[in-house]
Design a protein around this ligand. Structure first.
Ligand code: ATP
Ligand code: MG
Length: 542
């Protein structure tokens, strides 16, 4: 991994003896699936720790039960495993509810926390603004005894949601709003995904997080930039709770990608409104969606690492992610023939019922992938878009009436007749082939008008192709999310793949020549082959 500012800090901390080892953590809230932005936090936490032979914990930040669900816990674990990372420990914020409660009591005993009766609106009003100082709560002067008693009543369920909170007693005039007596415990009569009905008070993230980091011996607590001005509060809790180990927080810039929704809340809205087929819809920027679409973990890691790590938020082009995949798969995968939008071609001078097989290497750039035989016969399919009735100009390097092209790896064919249905739609081409042109070799003076791919009709297998365009077409993020959705983000077609791929299994990847990189879908079976296009061969943007 190349150098970045956090790596430098870690090197210095190890050198100066400030820390003896590097311990990081990834703290997702189990409130949705992980997206590609999270991958930056995952890859950086694990790779940085690995780089120094350190450790990384996975800790679910489950302190707000109203958002969270076990299914998300499982999905997040799967995604991290898929990326190839193994957490040193898998923990839950809720594992620390007892300790947090005790530490909150300790703050009360030290005169550093109090039970407050202000409701949310009043609290907002008392808090002041960036320009004006806040006002002290009338409950701030409660005695330690009264606070301890009320806090234990809060825990015992004596009060309704929102009726009371526990707040840190810091400084209502602080220029940092986070220091104006932040809430550290709130009442929520909601069942928790991990602790069930054990608790009806829950610690706030700002209080729970530093304590958990301290208890786990985290040395470098990495988070995104928006926590910058929470760091003083983080340090305050570690100090006032007298934590033995002192962790430190470091902030890095968030990753954004053009035309990509990078917020769990919005992704959840799309799923809940059935605008997509679940969190692992291949159009979703979730790790599960990208995997289903066909992205490899290597391409995702390569992409994340190539975007670097800095102290500013960054927006990178979605093209970069696609390029990482193309680079990863170029040598790795077989190149095969698939016809997505088939047009039937009959070779009128080819003997009926005869099939010949032509040996073709799978990837001329990688011999290790071996070879297979492709079929040629009287009936073949070509791509509909590779034919036009009348050749429009010199640039047209594909088939047209009266024109000769090479069928890749097979023969030259010439189109002599076009058959249409009643509506005028072309349904079949009648062509002749030249037996002298096998494999297209040795014809110096006779240049075909292009080189197009095909599959033989009787030996190929039917396949359902899913083709994707970006989910969002409008980058104006002030507009309503649903209005920005691309109505053509998912196009399906039924085509054919060459026989050699007939036993394709979910997650198989290949390049279909001229058409892109493809991956067989999770739901594909022998009788119902489903293939997702992961990316086209060339960027759409060029
Ligand atoms: P969202 O804003 O999508 O709801 P979040 O930050 O609330 O995400 P968490 O589950 O709290 O989601 O995130 C876990 C970790 O991932 C945090 O440390 C957070 O900073 C980091 N993270 C989330 N999104 C990004 C992003 N786009 N780029 C970098 N890190 C991110
Ligand atoms: Mg968050």
């Amino acid at each position: 991994m190349e150098s970045n500012f956090i790596k430098t800090i870690m090197e210095e901390d190890l050198k100066s003896g400030k820390v003896n080892e590097i311990v990081t953590r990834f703290p997702p809230e189990p409130s949705a699936y992980l997206h590609i932005g999270h991958a930056r936090a995952i890859v950086m936490n694990f790779e940085l720790a690995n780089n120094f032979d350190g450790k990384t914990n996975l800790r679910f930040d489950d302190t707000n039960p109203s958002n969270e669900d076990k299914s998300f816990v499982e999905a997040i674990k799967r995604d991290i495993e898929w990326l190839g990372y193994k957490p040193a420990k898998v923990l839950f914020g809720s594992d620390y509810f007892d300790v947090s409660y005790k530490l909150a009591k300790k703050l009360i005993e030290k005169g550093l926390a109090y039970v407050c009766d202000l409701n949310a609106d009043q609290m907002r009003e008392y808090r002041g603004t960036l320009k004006t100082p806040g006002k002290e709560s009338p409950y701030r002067k409660r005695s330690i005894e009264e606070n301890l008693e009320l806090f234990s009543q809060m825990k015992a369920g004596k009060f309704k949601d929102g009726e009371k909170t526990l707040r840190a007693k810091i400084d209502m005039a602080s220029p940092n709003m986070n220091m104006r007596d932040p809430v550290i415990y709130r009442i929520m009569h909601i069942e928790h995904q991990n602790t069930g009905k054990d608790w009806c008070i829950y610690p706030m993230y700002d209080f729970a997080h530093p304590i958990q980091d301290a208890l786990e011996g985290i040395t470098h607590s990495l988070c995104s930039l928006e926590y910058d001005d929470h760091r003083v509060l983080y340090d305050w809790f570690v100090e006032k709770c007298e934590m033995e180990h002192v962790p430190h927080q470091y902030e890095f810039g968030r990753l954004n990608i053009t035309n990509t929704i990078m917020s769990k809340r919005y992704l959840k809205m799309l799923v809940e409104a059935n605008k997509v087929n679940g969190f692992d819809d291949p159009r979703m920027p979730t790790l599960a969606g990208l995997k289903r679409r066909g992205f490899t973990k290597e391409s995702i890691k390569d992409f994340i690492i190539s975007t670097g790590l800095s102290r500013v938020n960054s927006t990178v082009s979605s093209e970069m992610l696609e390029n990482s995949l193309r680079n990863d798969l170029n040598y790795k995968v077989k190149r095969a023939h698939g016809v997505i939008n088939p047009l039937k071609v009959t070779i009128t001078n080819y003997p009926k019922d005869e099939i010949e097989w032509i040996e073709v290497p799978y990837n001329p750039q990688n011999e290790a992938l071996g070879s297979r035989k492709i079929a040629f016969g009287k009936n073949v399919y070509i791509e509909r878009e590779d034919f036009i009735e009348h050749k429009p100009n010199k640039k047209w390097k594909r088939l047209a009436l009266g024109i000769e092209v090479r069928l890749m790896r097979a023969y030259f064919i010439k189109c002599n007749e076009v058959i249409k249905d009643k509506s005028g739609k072309i349904i079949e081409l009648l062509c002749t082939y030249d037996p002298e042109t096998k494999s297209g070799s040795g014809f110096k003076d006779r240049k075909p008008n292009g080189n197009i791919h095909f599959v033989e009709a009787t030996t190929s297998k039917k396949a359902n192709f899913n083709l994707f365009e970006p989910l969002l077409i409008d980058s104006d993020d002030k507009k309503d999310l649903f209005e920005r959705l691309n109505p053509n983000s998912w196009l399906s077609s039924t085509g054919y793949i060459e026989k050699a791929l007939e036993n394709t299994k979910p997650e198989d990847k290949f390049q279909f020549i001229r058409k892109g990189y493809f991956t067989t879908d999770f739901e594909s079976t022998k009788d119902n082959i489903i293939i997702n296009r992961t990316v086209e061969l060339k960027s759409r943007f060029k």
